[in-house]
Ligand binder design. Structure first.
Ligand code: PLP
Length: 470
């Protein structure tokens, strides 16, 4: 066997072993950061080490220092798992080492993006004429979309931002909801627009208030961008797109939707109502690595204005000779990168392996499992489900104190049956629960609910023995 044969065989064996251990292994990492540093943080070796030895050590490290985010009982942040077809396709894409920059570099990369992109727009009910770029995730998707929005709204006011930049440009009003994701602020900042200048009130679930938006728009003159949200990262709530998009369009604003995970509601007949009117926005940021369960990293930047998108992203380097008009699109024209991994391959494999019905079923299972969990833990006195569980997110409060809630979160993480993190919601600490893995079964939910109840009871018992210890 050649060296690469041996390495790939080893990788396949180790990957199989890891994946089959997921249903039973502790979800938390066995090693903490300090132990990992102690194991591998050395000076750069002068001479190289045999690839087989490097790999052997990495396999041991990966098995001990990874968090089982790929497994069925990880509910932290909004981290998706990996569908078998998508995982296998991703491994192949890495072996092929294709560059998705230009069609001439890889018809494979170009056409898988073209086809998968069309399927995504179809599934999410977005205009089939929309443009799409394959990016690293939700934040980069929003950055790409908002850069396009910046170009578009400034051009409409006679300013060419692509040649003149923002020096002396008209002020761009950036409106966001009070409970937007932090990625939106980061996206605005990175395109030179600074922090959003208008924060619109949101209700107790994090939905933007139409009355407040209408009020806020009255004071906005000139180029305006509004960010809405499909899926609040704590509550899973959706903005009322019908009303909000109309109000914004009445004053000529560009509407961007952060739909990192929530946009997928549109793919399910049972949840589609949550996204009513979303398709009338002007751009959408969507993740592949969350609910769709494509491996990290993968997101999609979609805009209703291909011309503005192209003007924003396309390289001006004239030495590139690209194909004729019958050629597939060049991926680089729709993202802020040039060279890039062939992300279309895994997305194509995921969507083809699921089909339309399979995508809807995947999304519905995330949601049903979230509801099952919420129902089960809410039977316990002293546990409050803080949000309306309309999608895949559940926010829990224990004994109405930040300290008790934090103590339960730590106890759950330490126990290792499952993993959930904390978040702050309207000034209170909550345990945030996100169901986003294809392999999670109702039994996993029940086991996890039991682990949460046990942690809760242990924390309560400790508080009874030593009052004020929290
Ligand atoms: C996860 C998330 C983001 C950021 O997406 P990344 O893929 O982590 O870059 C943005 N908005 C919302 C609502 C999210 O849930």
């Amino acid at each position: 066997m050649t060296e690469i044969d041996e390495l790939l065989t080893e990788v396949a064996t180790a990957s199989r072993r890891y994946l089959s251990s997921l249903p039973d292994r502790a979800v938390r990492s066995e090693l903490d950061v300090a132990s990992v540093r102690a194991m591998i943080d050395t000076r750069l070796p002068e001479g190289g080490v045999e690839a087989a030895e490097v790999l052997r050590d990495l396999i041991e490290l990966g098995e001990r220092a990874s968090v089982a985010t790929a497994g069925p009982r990880y509910f932290g942040f909004v981290n998706g798992g990996t569908l078998p077809a998508a995982l296998a396709a991703e491994l192949l894409a890495v072996a092929w080492d294709q560059n998705a920059e230009m069609a001439v570099m890889s018809p494979l990369a170009a056409v898988t993006e073209e086809v998968a992109g069309r399927w995504i727009k179809d599934l999410l009910g977005l205009p089939l004429t929309a443009s799409i770029g394959f990016v690293t995730g939700g934040q980069s998707a929003s950055t790409t979309c908002l850069a396009t929005a910046r170009h578009h709204v400034l051009a409409a006011h006679g300013w060419d931002v692509d040649t003149k930049g923002l020096r002396s440009a008209p002020l761009v009003n950036c409106l966001v909801g009070a409970d937007r994701h932090a990625a939106i602020d980061a996206a605005f900042r990175s395109i030179g627009l600074g922090l959003p200048n208008v924060i619109v009130d949101a209700d107790e679930q994090g939905r933007m208030s139409p009355g407040s938006l209408s009020e806020a728009l009255r004071s906005c003159e000139g180029p305006t961008i509004l960010c809405l949200q499909a899926g609040n990262v704590v509550t899973g709530a959706f903005d009322d797109f019908e009303d909000l998009v109309r109000l914004a369009h009445d004053v000529g604003a560009w509407v961007h939707v952060d739909g990192a995970f929530g946009a997928w509601a549109a793919s399910s007949p049972a949840r589609r109502h949550l996204t009513a009117g979303m398709n009338r926005a002007d751009s959408w940021a969507v993740d592949g690595h969350k609910l769709l369960n494509v491996p990290y990293d993968c997101g999609y930047a979609v805009t209703a204005y291909p011309e503005s998108h192209l003007r924003t992203c396309s390289s001006t380097a004239s030495y590139f000779v690209t194909g004729g008009t019958d050629q597939p699109r060049d991926g680089m024209n729709w993202v802020l990168d040039l060279s890039r991994r062939a992300r279309g391959v895994a997305t194509y494999a995921a969507l083809r392996s699921l089909g339309r019905a399979g995508v809807a079923d995947l999304v519905d299972r995330h949601c049903c499992n979230a509801r099952r969990f919420a129902t089960s833990v809410s039977e316990e006195p002293d546990i409050e489900v803080v949000n309306d569980v309309v999608f895949n997110q559940v926010a829990l409060r224990f004994g109405d104190s930040d300290a008790q809630t934090s103590a339960v979160i730590s106890a759950v993480q330490e126990d290792g049956t499952c993993w959930a993190g904390g978040a702050s919601w309207h000034g209170r600490t909550v345990m945030r629960w996100s169901v986003a893995n294809w392999s999670t079964t109702p039994d996993d939910i029940d086991r996890s609910a039991r682990a949460v109840l046990e942690a809760h009871r242990a924390v309560r018992a400790q508080e009874a023995v030593a009052p004020g210890s929290l």
